[in-house]
Design a binder for this molecule. Structure first.
Ligand SMILES: Cc1ncc(COP(=O)(O)O)c(C=O)c1O
Length: 436
């Protein structure tokens, strides 16, 4: 313990150095490596698309933190909705014979928002990975109850990200996540992305009678922002129908407006059998996720004797406070027209980044809706995406990178002036790291 350097004020620890020392001593971070935290930013507050750290430095939030703070920071009405619900009833369990109003009305609201007519039933989780695992168990259970217990395999795609629980890790198509954790969950097959033929080959390898579902993000996000070809999802839907394989849309990033439509798959008029969601449902103000299942899946699950019930559960499923905050978040998105705003901002973002594609060190600029990425040619820039992200951070723009790719997904409330500032910092930073 390094308590000697602390200056507690009203129970809080004041001072960047003191906080950083405590962080190093006690906090294990997601994807932890100590080197990443040597000069960690310690954030203190946010407003709209802007974050401030404890040293008073201002940063544009280039990724809505983790693709989730879609309505921007510091939205008092979300805090008030949460506080009001906590004062009334913060939590009650949603297990057998128990329910609560915010969860009931939110599930009904999601059924209205869901595409098509047959996605009407939601199970709530607290995040994306729990949603992935819930989806995998559910599609397997569905086929077993339909008399096909051999249909267990889940096909996913390279560059896909579905979370880091054991099941979600197995479906995640980013190799770094795989080898460290002992035996992987069986029954997962990862195929090349954006290639429907590769999925067909995987289905036929051991036969459709072994395959439960395909899971896909409408636009691959954390893997580096890869939008699909226009015919990809219509073809994938038809393929799944042909072989009696369910389609799970992982809308954890794209759900609730990120691409300028309610759902990512709306762009291609495709309706999946299961939607998994998280992030944008509460804009990160409370942890909440879930899966929306088709009526066909629901009917099979509901139509069982008690001993054969759906033995799946989380303590915090249908959490009353999280659901109340989700309602307030969706109210705000509707009232402020933020889905359309995300679409318009996305066009401005992608158009503003596009000229960078002509830079000799840049391999590709990609974008779709309010998601974009700049990828350097491998080896063209010492330090790759990490160097660019650092240069941006030094200039007041906070975002994330993977290998040679830096990603953008600012809040839907980013102003035009802030977006132009983001683009300016990006251009300056590319110049800086390429030595121009
Ligand atoms: C598409 C997608 N699915 C699942 C997840 C996992 O979500 P969580 O980190 O809430 O478990 C993420 C997280 O970034 C994601 O982007």
């Amino acid at each position: 313990m390094t308590t000697s350097i602390l200056t507690p004020v009203d129970g809080r620890v004041e001072g960047y150095d003191a906080l950083l020392a405590l962080d190093h001593a006690h906090l294990l971070h997601p994807q932890h490596h100590p080197a990443d935290h040597a000069e960690a930013l310690i954030f203190d507050r946010g407003e709209g698309a802007v974050l401030w750290d404890v040293r008073g430095h201002r940063y544009l939030d280039g990724l809505s933190c983790l693709w989730n703070v879609n309505v921007g920071h510091g939205r008092a009405e979300l805090a008030e909705a949460g506080a009001a619900q906590m004062r009334r009833l913060a939590f009650v369990n949603s297990y057998v014979g128990s329910s609560n109003e915010p969860a009931i009305t939110l599930a009904a609201r999601i059924a209205r928002l869901a595409p098509g007519t047959h996605l009407n039933t939601t199970f709530f989780t607290t995040g994306g990975a729990e949603s992935s695992d819930t989806a995998f168990k559910t599609v397997r259970r569905y086929w077993a109850l339909r008399g096909q217990p051999g249909k267990v395999k889940v096909i996913s795609r390279t560059n896909g990200y579905h979370g880091t629980t054991i099941g979600a890790t197995a479906a995640t198509g980013l190799p770094v996540f795989h080898p460290l954790w002992g035996p992987p969950a069986p029954g997962f097959v990862i195929v090349p992305p954006m290639d429907v033929d590769a999925i067909e080959a995987a289905i036929l390898a051991d036969g459709p009678e072994t395959v439960a579902a395909v899971i896909a993000e409408p636009v691959q996000g954390s893997g580096g922002v890869y939008p699909p070809p226009a015919d990809y999802f219509p073809r994938l839907r038809a393929l799944c129908d042909r072989y009696d394989v369910l389609l799970i849309a992982d809308e954890v990033i794209t759900g609730f407006g990120r691409t300028g439509t309610s759902w990512g798959l709306d762009h291609w008029g495709v309706v999946p059998d299961v939607i998994s969601f998280a992030k944008g449902i509460t804009s990160g103000y409370q942890p909440l996720g879930g899966i929306i299942i088709s009526d066909a899946i629901r009917d099979v699950i509901y139509d069982q004797p008690p001993a054969q019930r759906w033995w799946h559960a989380y303590t915090y499923s249908a959490h009353a406070t999280c659901c109340a905050v989700a309602h307030a978040n969706l109210d705000l998105i509707e009232r402020e027209g933020l889905v359309a705003r995300a679409g318009a901002l996305g066009e401005r973002l992608v158009a503003g980044l596009a000229p960078l594609a002509g830079h000799p060190a840049v391999r590709e600029v990609r974008g779709f809706g309010l998601m974009a990425a700049v990828e350097f040619t491998a080896g063209a820039v010492p330090g790759g995406g990490g160097a660019l992200a650092k240069a941006m951070r030094d200039r007041g723009l906070f975002t994330r990178y993977r290998n040679d790719t830096v990603m953008f997904a600012p809040p839907f409330v980013t102003t035009d002036a802030e977006l132009d500032e983001l683009l300016g910092i990006t251009r300056d930073s590319v110049r800086a790291v390429t030595g121009e």
